[in-house]
Design a binder for this molecule. Structure first.
Ligand code: KG4
Ligand code: ZN
Length: 346
């Protein structure tokens, strides 16, 4: 197909982002201009994302960020082939801001609009960064999602496993809160765990041994609370030990759950001509212990392990632009300007 230059917009949570991405005639991707504004500071005093504050911050920043992304790419709206905006899932106020902005630009510039599912953006990122061929497995671990997804092709996704309670990032955040560590909890727990004893506490490994590929993390949080309450007073070393034990339980759980997923993939695609691959995405992919676990699991099962650069694992607009480019290149129809944002969109 012809080369495509796409403007992407992402506003589903607490990152306001705009990006210009090129998909060349051979299907290779290149990020031409990319800007992300994190609202972390606005929300950290509340210990979590406040939807109303997020929506207002998107409104204030988005138009400037779009201009900046275009400027960095050396492009104007005339050079853009389509607009891609996240239309779900996420916080409805933020989605409205991004999608309405995308519609307005599409309408005034006379360009097609792609209303992109945020998860599709994460799912296709490895094709932008590594030119990965279909099919592959993707593990999305963020503050809102924990999913193992089979990516068969553009628009062809099968959810093999999901969390039945908390998301993995949420488990990190809640554990941090219980231990008095700062928000967001993931980096704080990981830091504390470095000087901790992972064998001091044996936390539950939910669903380990079960055939289904789902996850569960809420029991882990309860066990952390009980461990913290059993010690009085709690020292810094106790906190480090709890964090290290918490991460160990997660590593063991993922090893079992994902290991089963890899086996299922090998069975289903026994005649695959290239090496099978597992891709990780989402904010929790920043966690070094998690990366080490997944890498050794992939090594042991003959899988290629792909972790995109961190700024493309967390929320960004390049992945949204790229998803729009992939859909357009695959000949999928653009969206009607009447398309509505969806806070829930599996
Ligand atoms: O993908 P993301 O930036 O935002 C969405 O949830 O969409 O993910 C944020 C999540 C938070 O729960 C945060 O605590 C977690 O990713 N996280 C980490 C680490 N860095 C961020 N979890 C564990 N270890 C980390 N180093
Ligand atoms: Zn995300």
């Amino acid at each position: 197909s012809a080369p495509l230059t796409i403007l992407g917009i992402e506003t589903s949570c607490d990152e306001t982002a705009a990006s210009v991405v090129l998909r060349d005639a051979d299907g290779h991707g290149e990020i031409l201009g990319d800007v992300v504004l994190s609202q972390l500071e606005e929300h950290s005093v509340y210990g979590g994302v406040v939807p109303e504050i997020a929506a207002r911050a998107h409104v204030e920043a988005l138009d400037t960020l779009i201009e900046e992304a275009l400027a960095r790419a050396g492009k104007t709206l005339k050079d853009i082939d389509a607009i891609a905006a996240t239309s779900g899932p996420g916080l409805i106020g933020g989605l409205l801001v991004g999608l309405m902005t995308g519609k307005a630009i599409a309408r005034s510039a006379g360009k097609p609009l792609y209303a992109v599912n945020h998860l599709e953006g994460h799912a296709l990122t490895a094709r932008l960064t590594d030119g990965l061929a279909f099919p592959y497995l993707m593990l999305l671990v963020s503050g809102g999602h924990t999913q193992l997804i089979l990516v068969r092709g553009v628009g062809e996704y099968e959810r093999w496993g999901t969390t039945i309670d908390d998301a993995l990032g949420e488990a990190f955040d809640k554990t941090a809160k219980l231990l008095g560590l700062p928000y967001p909890g993931g980096p704080a727990v990981e830091r504390a765990a470095r000087s901790g004893n992972p064998d001091r506490f044996v936390f539950p490994r939910p669903l380990v041994g079960e055939a289904r590929l789902d996850f569960s993390f809420s029991g882990l949080k309860t066990a952390v609370r009980q461990a913290a309450q059993s010690i009085e007073p709690v020292t810094e070393q106790d906190i480090a030990d709890i964090c290290a034990s918490f991460q160990k339980a997660i590593s063991r759980t993922l090893k079992d759950r994902i290991g089963r997923g890899l086996q299922r993939f090998k069975t289903e695609f026994s005649d695959l001509s290239c090496e099978p691959a597992l891709v990780v995405a989402g904010g929790v992919a920043a966690n070094q212990a998690l990366r080490t676990t997944l890498q050794s699991l992939c090594d042991a099962n003959g899988f290629r392990f792909i972790a995109p650069p961190l700024q493309l694992c967390t929320d960004n607009a390049a992945m949204i632009a790229w998803a729009g480019a992939e859909r357009m290149a695959a000949g999928l129809p653009s969206d009607d300007l009447a398309v509505a944002p969806r806070s829930r969109w599996p």
